[in-house]
Ligand binder design. Sequence first.
Ligand SMILES: NC(=O)c1ccc[n+]([C@@H]2O[C@H](COP(=O)([O-])OP(=O)(O)OC[C@H]3O[C@@H](n4cnc5c(N)ncnc54)[C@H](O)[C@@H]3O)[C@@H](O)[C@H]2O)c1
Length: 282
Amino acid sequence: MTAGVARDAGAARPPALPLDLSGRTVFVAGAGSAAPGWSIGRASSVTYARLGARVCVVDRDAASAEETTALIRAEGGVAETFVGDIAVEEDVARLFAEAREHFGMVDVLHHNVGIGKTGGPLETSAADFDRIHAVNVRSLLLASQQVLPGMVARGRGAVIAISSVAGMRYLGYPHLAYSVTKAAVIQFTRMLAQQYAPHGVRANTVVPGLIDTPRIATTVASMYSGTSLEQARAARAAQVPLGRMGSAWEVAHACAFLASDAAAYITGTELVVDGGITGKYV
Ligand SMILES: NC(=O)c1ccc[n+]([C@@H]2O[C@H](COP(=O)([O-])OP(=O)(O)OC[C@H]3O[C@@H](n4cnc5c(N)ncnc54)[C@H](O)[C@@H]3O)[C@@H](O)[C@H]2O)c1
């Protein structure tokens, strides 16, 4: 998270890979899981803690957030649960105030929340569109407003926003509001990166492909209508050049890389974690 001077400038010998977050505080918005198991936010939270970070485990689902915090503490890591809706202004202000009170400044914002609803223009109500936009995009504005002043004051910071390959491609079924908002997340993050690069703040988007998280049991099966969950899982895996869905850990490791000084010269870009699917013709 260094600003103007190259981290290894003048180094007498090649630097070691600085995959380390010791002394950093990471705010993970959406650190629970839609169902029991390893979501991207949960795996990322544990990964940040393993690299030495203090983790603000933030979710509107208190029990799920507590589970993530307990997993981190069970490994000897440092985490605290903060409960609220990241799409609601008062909650966002309170969540960041509580996080600052507990850990001091936030060094890394990992914006993980994402909701969606299957359907194209005729199946998507304006109210649903507004809600999905509020949770997926407007919340990123609110969270950025909370972290940027402190990051600028300290001349360093990192923002990791989670998009989706649905924000870049049509995935074979209508998922309009989700896809549009995930595209907006990418461009929001690019804009933020350009404006705040002179202040030492880096901002990048991680773009997961078809990931095997607990939420696919509750939502994705319905997109492959008329099929069982196992059939839906197999259909997803078959689309991927690497022949399988990704794991939450494989996304989490990309996030940890971007949050750390190992990515000190990377800002304003997208790291696609998709087993090759966005490069496919069909
Ligand atoms: N699973 C996939 O295949 C996949 C693929 C591409 C992108 N993504 C994206 O990755 C992210 C995480 O996906 P996941 O599958 O781990 O999801 P998940 O639904 O298991 O986890 C998201 C968490 O965010 C929380 N949350 C949702 N709205 C919130 C709000 N308004 N305020 C506070 N917390 C809120 C939920 O309670 C949940 O714990 C999402 O942004 C998703 O769109 C997932």
